[in-house]
Design a protein around this ligand. Sequence first.
Ligand code: IMP
Length: 198
Amino acid sequence: MKLVLASRNEKKLKEMNEILSGMGVEVCLQSEVGAAVEVEETGNTFEENSLLKAKAVLQATGLPAIADDSGLCVEALNGAPGIYSARYGGEGLDDAGRYRLLLANMPKGQARAAKFVSVITCCFPNGDVLTARGECPGTIAFAPMGEEGFGYDPVFFLPNLKKTFAQLSPDEKNAVSHRGKALADFGEKLRLYLKMAR
Ligand code: IMP
């Protein structure tokens, strides 16, 4: 089954295919089916934004569409950057600019607990919707470490593994990450859904 991804983020696409290809699902970019949908993320939750994105791509392409809305929630910052993770610090910053700003904004002497959240939504042409959520707890490192991954990976530290996300191989990250968990749950829901539809 082919699903169109409501994102231009090729790193997300890669992570999704690494996990879903084993389930007979192929995820492709919108550009591959000639679509270029820009969705304004006006929701107040990961769930709302994930649904907005998947719905918009389904409407534009007529094909089953999948979206991931994800972000980093830091306890000492009252859950920020949260749903605003991609836009933290404004348009002018790149990934490194955003995680440096986050490090600078961490209150001194406070706990550094954080979690990554991913909400996967898949919208089908018949109106059916599947949703799955995954979370990964960790802490904010004191300095960036590692070269793998994307986004805030270099500053998201896993105390159990004593490594940041950016120090893990793709398989190691997928095994513990928010997106890995959400996609595993989604894969199971999709399997049951397709079985019922037969
Ligand atoms: P979205 O495309 O609106 O869902 O934005 C998600 C943002 O959260 C990304 O641009 C990253 O900054 C951050 N993010 C989400 N998942 C990850 C991850 O696995 N590693 C690092 N940063 C992530």
